[in-house]
Design a protein around this ligand. Structure first.
Ligand code: NAD
Length: 260
C-alpha cells in the first residue's frame, strides 16, 4: 500500500496517465491529476478519482510547454497535497513527418513537452524528496526510447533523451532513497495511438480493425495491445518500497518490440 504518499501524474486526464493516477488513488495515495482541460471540464473525472479513495484529489491544468508553469505545477501540488513523494512524467505528444519536412516549431513544441518539461519538473521536485530521504520519479518513455522509427525523429529524440536524463538523475540520487526510472511501453490503445490508427485506416483504405492489426504486426510481436491497467500496476510497483533498488533502469513493457 502507498498510504500516506502523495503522487503527481502529468497528462493524466486520459490514456496511460489516467490509468496510473486511478491506481495510485486506489493504492491509498493523495493524488494530483493534470491535463490541459479547464477545471469545469474535469468534474466527472475528479469525482471518479475521489470515489477510489477518501483522500483529497487535486487537479492542475499547467501547460507544460512553459517552464514557469512546470515549476508552478509542483508548487501547486505542495500547497494542495502537502508534499510530493512520487512524480510520474507521463504527458507526451506525437508529431510525424520525414525529417526534411519536420517543422522547427513542431520540433520545439514536442521536445518542450516530452523532454524539457520532465527536466523542469524533476529539478523542482527532487530537493524535497532528498530532504525526506524518499522519492520516486518515473518517466513514461517508450519503445521509441530504445529504437528509431520512420517519420518519428522528434518523438524518438525526445524519448531517447528522457532515458539518458533519467539515468543521470538516478546516479545523482543513488543511496538517497530517491529512485529514477523509465518505463518503455509498446503500443497501448489510447487516444494518442487511436489517431495513428485512424490515419493508417484512411491512407490504406482499410477498416479500423485492419488498421489496428497492421500497426501491431509491424512492431509488436505479441500482436496484442498493452493494457493501460497493466502498465499502471507496473508504475505502482516501481513506486513501492519493494522497488527501492530499481533505479536508473529503462524497463520495457512492449510485447517483444525491442527484443534483439
Ligand atoms: P494521451 O494523448 O491519451 O494523453 C496525453 C496527456 O498529455 C493528456 O492528458 C494531455 O492533456 C497531456 N498533454 C498534452 N500536451 C500537454 C501540454 N502541453 N501540457 C500539459 N499536458 C499535456 O497519450 P497516452 O497514449 O496516454 O500517452 C502518455 C505517455 O505515454 C506519453 O508520454 C506517450 O509518449 C507515452 N507512450 C504512449 C504509448 C502508447 O502506445 N499510447 C506508447 C509508448 C509511450
Amino acid at each position: 500500500s502507498l498510504r500516506g504518499k502523495c503522487a503527481v501524474v502529468t497528462g493524466s486526464t486520459s490514456g496511460i496517465g489516467w490509468g496510473v493516477v486511478s491506481q495510485f488513488a486506489k493504492a491509498g495515495c493523495r493524488v494530483m491529476f493534470h491535463g490541459l482541460e479547464e477545471e469545469s471540464q474535469i468534474t466527472n473525472l475528479k469525482e471518479e478519482l475521489a470515489s477510489f479513495s477518501k483522500d483529497k484529489v487535486a487537479y492542475s491544468s499547467a501547460d507544460l510547454v512553459d517552464p514557469d508553469q512546470c515549476r508552478n505545477l509542483i508548487m501547486d501540488a505542495n500547497r494542495q497535497l502537502g508534499k510530493v513523494d512520487i512524480l510520474v512524467n507521463n504527458a507526451g505528444v506525437q508529431f510525424t513527418a520525414p525529417v526534411q519536412n519536420f517543422p522547427p516549431d513542431k520540433w520545439n513544441w514536442l521536445l518542450a513537452i516530452n523532454l524539457n518539461a520532465p527536466y523542469h519538473l524533476t529539478r523542482t521536485v527532487i530537493p524535497q524528496m532528498y530532504d525526506r530521504k524518499w522519492g520516486r520519479i518515473i518517466y513514461i518513455a517508450s519503445a521509441h526510447g530504445k529504437v528509431g522509427s520512420v517519420n518519428k525523429s522528434g518523438y524518438c529524440a525526445s524519448k531517447h533523451g528522457l532515458m539518458g536524463f533519467s539515468k543521470s538523475v538516478a546516479l545523482e540520487a543513488a543511496g538517497t532513497g530517491v529512485t529514477s526510472n523509465c518505463v518503455c511501453p509498446g503500443w497501448v490503445l489510447t487516444p494518442l495511438v487511436q489517431k495513428q490508427i485512424d490515419r493508417i485506416s484512411e491512407e490504406n483504405r482499410i477498416s479500423i480493425d485492419e488498421a489496428k492489426m497492421k500497426l501491431l504486426s509491424e512492431k509488436q510481436p505479441s500482436g496484442e495491445f498493452i493494457r493501460t491497467e497493466d502498465l499502471a500496476a507496473f508504475v505502482v510497483f516501481l513506486s513501492s518500497d519493494a522497488a527501492s533498488q530499481i533505479t536508473g533502469a529503462s524497463l520495457s513493457m512492449d510485447g517483444g518490440w525491442t527484443t534483439c
